[in-house]
Design a protein around this ligand. Structure first.
Ligand code: UDP
Length: 531
C-alpha cells in the first residue's frame, strides 16, 4: 500500500479499522512508582518501538518484554497488524490500565501484495506447508514500517529477527536496532556450527546422527532433525545472510532464556557469531505478577479461548494434585489423522488423567471408535487456544507433553514439571536435547529418528507415548529423579527473574545500554545531553 495513504484513524464504534489505528494513547504521567533505570539516572523515559513477527510464539514474548520494560519506565509501542494486535490487546490494555506507558499501533497487513486472503496474518492461520507465505509477506511491510518509524522517531527499535532490514531504517534514523529472537542460544550456536563446519557434508543418510562441532557439550543430530531453512530452499533461509549481518550490526540480541539455563553457550555465541551484546531476560512467562494477563495471554478475548480457559480450570479443579498429563504442541503445529489417533490411544493407554489441546484445523475423523466415551471421566480434549502458562502452574498438572517449542520449553522448565518431548519441526529437536540430555528433566516420546520436513514423518505409536508418560508419572527411582531435577531447574529459573537475579539485571542493563548508546552518540557529535 502506498505510504502516502497511511493516516492515523481511531477505531470507530463498530470496530471497523482505519488504515492505521492507535489503540491506546497513554496520558503522560509522572514517573511510575516502580523500579526504573530512568528514575535513578534522572533521564527522560526511553521511547521504544517493538516489531513482532506474525506468529504467536514471537508475538507473545515480545509483548511481554515491552510490558516489563514499560514497568521500568520505558514508553513502549508495539507495531502490529490488526489480527495480531487482537491477540495481545487484552494484555496491553491491562498493562495500560495499570498505569504503564504501553500502546499498540496497528498497521495493515500486506494481504493484497503477498497474495494471502484478508484475515490471514499469523502462522497459526495457515497449514505448515504454506507458512512460507507469511515470511514472503514481510518484505511488503517495509515501506509502512519505515514510514511509521520515521514519523515517530523512537529512541530504539526492537525488531524480530525476521525483519533484518530494520537495521537500515535504524541507521537512517540514527537510532540503535535491537534484535529480538524467539530462538534459544543453543539453537543459534547449532545453526552457526552446522553452516560453518558442514558436519553433514560426507553423510549420505538423512537419519544418521553426527556430532555438532565446537559446542560446550557433545550433541548429536541427524540432518533430518535440522530446521527446514537449513536443509531446504525457504524464504527465511534465503534471508539468512542478511539476518546475520543485521545481527552483527545491532546493539545486541534479546533472548527468552537465562544464564542459569544457557549461560554456557554465550562464549560460543559472542565469539563465533560476532554479536555485540546479549540480554537473557527469561523465562519471560515467569517474570509476571499480573495473573490476570497470564489468563488471556496470547488468546485475546476470543470467546472460544475464554470458554476453553473456564472449562480447563473447572475440570482441573476436580483432579487430584499432580495427576494430570497436559499435552499441547504449540500454536501452529499440525499432525496427520493417523498421528492424532495414536496420540489419543497413547494418552488413553497411559492410564493417567489428561488434558489435550488440539488445533482447530485438526478435524475429528481420526478419533478412535468409542474414545470420547471411554475417557470421558479422565480426559479433556479441547480445540483452539488454552492459557498454557496458567495451566502449567495448576496444582493438578503433573507432566507436560510438549513439542519443544522454545517458549513451551521455557514454560515447562518454569513450571517444574517433568516433560515428554515430541519435537516436530524448526529447532525443536535441538531443544529436546536440553530436556532429555543436558538437564534430564524429561524423556522422549520416541527413540526413532524423525524429520522436521517430511510430511509423512515417522509415526510415533500409542505404546511409545504411553510408556514415556509412565516413565515420568509412575512410581520409581528414575521417575522421581526426573521430577526432582525438574523442580530444581525451576528454582534456578525463578531465581533468575527475581529482583537482583540475572534476567532482572539484564532488563535493567538493556535500558542502560540504550541510554549509553545515545550518550556516546551525543558525545561523539559534541552535542548537549537531552535524554
Ligand atoms: N500457547 C498457549 N495456548 C495454546 C497454544 C500455545 O498459550 O493453546 C502458547 C504457549 O504458552 C507458548 C506459545 O503459545 O508461549 C507457543 O510457542 P512455542 O515456541 O512453544 O511453539 P510454536 O507455537 O512456535 O510452535
Amino acid at each position: 500500500m502506498p505510504v502516502q495513504d497511511l493516516q492515523v484513524q481511531r477505531r470507530n464504534m463498530n470496530g471497523n479499522r482505519g488504515m492505521l489505528t492507535v489503540l491506546h494513547r497513554i496520558p503522560s504521567r509522572d514517573r511510575l512508582a516502580m523500579s526504573s533505570v530512568a528514575d535513578t539516572a534522572d533521564r527522560r523515559p526511553l521511547r521504544l518501538f517493538f516489531i513482532p513477527y506474525f506468529a504467536s510464539s514471537h508475538l507473545i514474548p515480545l509483548v511481554d518484554i515491552a510490558r516489563f520494560l514499560a514497568a521500568r519506565g520505558v514508553d513502549s509501542t508495539i507495531l502490529a497488524t490488526p489480527c495480531n494486535a487482537a491477540l495481545v490487546r487484552a494484555t496491553v490494555d491491562a498493562a495500560a490500565a495499570a498505569g504503564l506507558r504501553i500502546q499498540l499501533l496497528e498497521y495493515p497487513f500486506p494481504s493484497a501484495e503477498s497474495g494471502l486472503p484478508p484475515g490471514v496474518e499469523n502462522l497459526s492461520a495457515l497449514p505448515p506447508s504454506e507458512c512460507d507465505k507469511i515470511d514472503y509477506a514481510i518484505a511488503f511491510t517495509r515501506p509502512t514500517l519505515e514510514h511509521l518509524l520515521g514519523l515517530h522517531h523512537p529512541d530504539a527499535v526492537v525488531a524480530d529477527g525476521h525483519f533484518p532490514w530494520t537495521i537500515d531504517i535504524a541507521r537512517k534514523l540514527g537510532i540503535p536496532r535491537i534484535k529480538f529472537t524467539a530462538l534459544g542460544t543453543l539453537s543459534f550456536c547449532v545453526f552457526h556450527s552446522v553452516l560453518a563446519n558442514q558436519p553433514f557434508k560426507d553423510v549420505t543418510r538423512d537419519d544418521e546422527r553426527v556430532p555438532i562441532p565446537d559446542l560446550p557439550h557433545p550433541l548429536l543430530l541427524a540432518r533430518s532433525e535440522l530446521p527446514d531453512f537449513l536443509v531446504q530452499d525457504t524464504v527465511f533461509g534465503r534471508l539468512m545472510e542478511e539476518v546475520r549481518e543485521a545481527d552483527k550490526a545491532s546493539l545486541g540480541i534479546i533472548i527468552n532464556s537465562c544464564t542459569e539455563i544457557e549461560g554456557i553457550y554465550l562464549d560460543y555465541f559472542h565469539r563465533m557469531l560476532s554479536i555485540k551484546k546479549t540480554w537473557l531476560v527469561g523465562p519471560i512467562s515467569l517474570n509476571d505478577s499480573e495473573s490476570s494477563s497470564v489468563g488471556v495471554r496470547g488468546g485475546g478475548l476470543n470467546p472460544a479461548a475464554v470458554g476453553n480457559r473456564a472449562r480447563c480450570l473447572s475440570w482441573l479443579s476436580e483432579q487430584k494434585p499432580s495427576s494430570v498429563v497436559y499435552a499441547c504442541f504449540g500454536s501452529w503445529s499440525q499432525f496427520t489423522g493417523e498421528q492424532l489417533r495414536e496420540i489419543a490411544l497413547g494418552l488413553e493407554a497411559s492410564g493417567h488423567p489428561f488434558l489435550w489441546v488440539l488445533r482447530e484445523a485438526d478435524g475429528a475423523e481420526w478419533m478412535p471408535h468409542g474414545f470420547e466415551q471411554r475417557v470421558k471421566w479422565r480426559g479433556l480434549v479441547l480445540r483452539g487456544w488454552v492459557p498454557q502458562v496458567e495451566l502449567l502452574s495448576h496444582a493438578a498438572v503433573g507432566a507436560f507433553v510438549t513439542h519443544c517449542g522454545w517458549n513451551s520449553f521455557q514454560e515447562g522448565v518454569s513450571s517444574g514439571l517433568p516433560m515428554v518431548t515430541w519435537p516436530i519441526g524448526t529447532d525443536q529437536f535441538i531443544i529436546e536435547k536440553l530436556v532429555v540430555e543436558r538437564f534430564r528433566v524429561g524423556v522422549k516420546a520416541s527413540d526413532s529418528i524423525r524429520s522436521t520436513t517430511d510430511p509423512n514423518r515417522t509415526i510415533v505409536r500409542a505404546a511409545e507415548l504411553a510408556r514415556a508418560i509412565g516413565s515420568i508419572m509412575d512410581a520409581g527411582v528414575a521417575a522421581e529423579g526426573t521430577r526432582r531435577r525438574a523442580r530444581e531447574l525451576a528454582e534456578k529459573a525463578r531465581a533468575a527473574v527475581e529482583k537482583g537475579g540475572s534476567s532482572d539485571k539484564a532488563l535493567n542493563d538493556l535500558i542502560e545500554d540504550i541510554y549509553v548508546w545515545h550518550d556516546n552518540k551525543r558525545s561523539a557529535a559534541g552535542m548537549a545531553v537531552d535524554i
